[in-house]
Design a protein around this ligand. Structure first.
Ligand code: FAD
Ligand code: SF4
Ligand code: SF4
Length: 463
């Protein structure tokens, strides 16, 4: 029977004043009963607008119908046929602008909680797996994948499934890209990413971590070594700074560095080896998801006061509404329409505070967002001992600089052809943030899959 409730089935969350002191997952997931109740809200629309809103075209009405009937393993199989990382996407996809943004139940109420149900199916499959996928030995052509983020993992998975011998080269010591070094444990437990990487290993994919292509070996050396094609999924991990006075002081971090120390290097554990400043007051500059993650991590690292300093208003913040809501619940202080102009020195080379200026919104810029304009004479100082800048990232230029024939646009993104993945260098394909600039997990995964399809075509046409 259909559930015509206009509101979605709530999902339990850890209490804000408890969770802001630990790194355990915030959202606790549905029980089987809750999942079936929520899935019964789906009307099974024939024209499936929800699927059209999903970048990898998950067959949403089909899997929701199976969940409503309690056929969770079958529902997982439907999702998995087009989405290789459902436990990840169910947690971090911006569903409100994708699948759920198109759901007809959202017209007169709340959309079906598609992301939560996708997560439920993936967690069910992981918890109930009696055996993993079988070890396989591939005999096909060798393909190199550079970077082990969602683009690289999706590409490697599809290539291995087609019989290629795939090696994923990763600069860091662990595979997963932003999924392990950026997105915090309390939003995406790392055991989930490790499980997906293990599945690929069992499917025959080799991982070569601590290997920086462009340093340890070049793209041309990969070809000389016998790789038939190369996929670049190296992301956009090069932090940008504001270029204001004081950025060289001790206690100033890029969000990427701070998050890497906390998440990948586990700085929150008692005997962690990575050094990190546990400041009492922290300012995080920026208004996107990265800023919210950094602020929520700083709070969990023991800061009493954590400020989000953003030059526009809340409406203009690029972060997901859910992340803003969670940050507020956890006690993060929002200083909106506020722009930092300098970081202050305590006289010994450490951060003592930031000078900020009040802003107002002026005329819309080229992108349609109202431009922030400084209000003269509105400067004030905010006392903090650490500053985290989350003001954007770009692709690292290393691969482009060490690979003859690879070109990039003015933002450092690798240039590709009309298919979105073929570069100007023969046999080299690219996708994900390295091509688009900082985007989303699901778009990177989609690009990885498109890259795998283009590589299989290329190898077939160039025997
Ligand atoms: P990445 O995930 O960046 O992976 C690239 C990998 O390549 C890295 O591991 C890097 O070490 C490796 N690499 C780079 N250069 C080399 C080299 N020369 N040799 C070998 N290896 C190399 N998206 C969402 O959809 N939802 C979210 O909630 C969300 N939150 C985010 C939070 C943070 C803190 C950040 C930083 C991003 C977030 N994103 C989110 C964006 C999303 O994570 C990225 O768009 C996505 O991970 C891009 O995938 P990718 O595979 O292209 O690159
Ligand atoms: Fe929605 Fe993302 Fe799942 Fe697609 S992959 S159905 S956009 S949660
Ligand atoms: Fe179900 Fe909403 Fe998709 Fe319709 S649009 S099939 S109600 S999830």
């Amino acid at each position: 029977m259909k559930n015509m409730s206009p509101t979605r089935t709530p999902m339990k969350e850890a209490a804000p004043d408890i969770r802001n002191k630990n790194f355990s997952e915030v959202a606790l997931g549905y029980t089987a009963e809750e999942a079936m109740t929520e899935a019964a809200r789906c009307l099974g629309c024939k024209n499936h607008p929800c699927t059209d809103g999903c970048p990898v075209s998950v067959r949403i009405p089909e899997f929701l119908c199976l969940v409503a009937e309690g056929k969770f393993a079958e529902a997982y199989a439907v999702i998995r046929s087009t989405n290789s990382l459902p436990a990840v996407c169910g947690r971090v996809c911006p569903q409100e602008t994708q699948c759920e943004g198109k759901c007809v139940r959202g017209i007169k109420g709340e959309p079906v909680a598609i992301g939560r149900l996708e997560r439920f199916c993936a967690d069910f499959a992981r918890a109930n797996a009696t055996h993993g996928s079988l070890e396989t030995k591939q005999e096909g052509p060798r393909v190199a994948v550079i970077g082990s983020g969602p683009a690289g993992l999706a590409c490697a998975g599809d290539l291995a499934a087609a019989g290629c011998r795939v090696t994923v080269f990763e600069a860091l010591h662990a595979a997963g890209g932003v999924l392990v070094y950026g997105i915090p444990e309390f939003r995406l437990p790392k055991s989930i990413v490790a499980h997906e990487v293990d599945n690929l290993r069992r499917a025959g994919v080799e991982f070569s971590c601590d290997t920086v292509i462009g340093r340890s070996m070049t793209v041309d050396e990969l070809f000389a070594d016998g790789y038939r094609a190369v996929f670049i999924g190296s992301g956009a991990g090069l932090p940008q700074f504001m270029n204001i006075p004081g950025e060289g002081l001790c206690g100033v971090y890029s969000a990427n560095e701070y998050l890497t120390r906390v998440n990948l290097m586990k700085a929150y554990e008692e005997n962690a080896l990575t050094p990190i400043k546990r400041a009492r007051r922290v300012a995080v500059i920026g208004g996107g998801n990265v800023a919210m993650d950094a602020a929520r991590c700083a709070k969990r690292m023991g800061a009493e006061e954590v400020y989000i300093v953003y030059r526009r208003g809340e409406e203009e913040m690029p972060a997901r509404r859910e992340e803003i809501h969670h940050a507020k619940e956890e006690g993060i202080i929002f200083r909106l329409l506020t722009n930092p102009t300098a970081i202050l020195d305590d006289g010994r080379g450490n951060v003592a505070g930031i000078t900020v200026q009040k802003m107002e919104l002026g005329e819309p810029d080229a992108g349609g967002r109202r431009r922030p304009v400084a209000i003269p004479g509105s400067e004030e100082d905010i006392a903090v001992e650490a500053v985290i800048e989350a003001v954007g990232t770009r692709p690292n230029p290393l691969l482009r600089m060490t690979t003859e024939g690879l070109t990039a646009n003015r933002w450092g993104c690798i240039v590709v052809g009309e298919d979105g993945v073929t570069t100007e260098k023969d046999g080299v394909f690219a996708g994900g943030d390295a091509v688009t600039g900082a985007a989303t997990v699901i778009l990177a995964m989609g690009a990885g899959k498109a890259g795998a399809a283009a590589i299989l075509d290329y190898i077939k046409n160039n025997p």
